[in-house]
Unconditional design. Structure first.
Length: 114
């Protein structure tokens, strides 16, 4: 990677030249970074994943019903920052239970996570 126009080199050069210095988060999410983030989400201190999971465990059916009001078309579920999509599985199971089918489009900066 010696081409100065390469996106990674350009991002690093821009970030390290800025004040304060910074790097874009997408640089951290190679296969190892994604694996580490999955481990972080299971730490007791990282409550967000547990809170999201609890909401989806208790409200997925309601979310699906509200999202599909006024249409008979199957839902399209797009998840930004999908990672391993473990939480989204709860929502997808509700969609399949209620509608029978859906389109799922996971999006993540790490190809390895998908």
């Amino acid at each position: 990677m010696t081409d100065p126009t390469h996106p990674v080199l350009a991002a690093v050069a821009a970030g390290l030249g800025a004040r304060p210095r910074t790097l874009p988060p997408w640089l951290f999410y190679d296969s190892r970074g994604s694996e580490l983030f999955e481990q972080i989400t299971e730490l007791p201190e990282y409550y967000l994943t547990r809170a999201e999971r609890e909401i989806l465990e208790t409200r997925s059916d309601e979310i699906v019903r509200l999202a599909s009001l006024g249409t008979d078309d199957p839902l399209h579920v797009v998840e930004l920052g999908a990672g391993s999509a473990t939480k989204t599985q709860l929502l997808l199971q509700a969609v399949l239970r209620i509608q029978g089918s859906c389109t799922f489009l996971p999006v993540d900066v790490s190809e390895a996570a998908l």
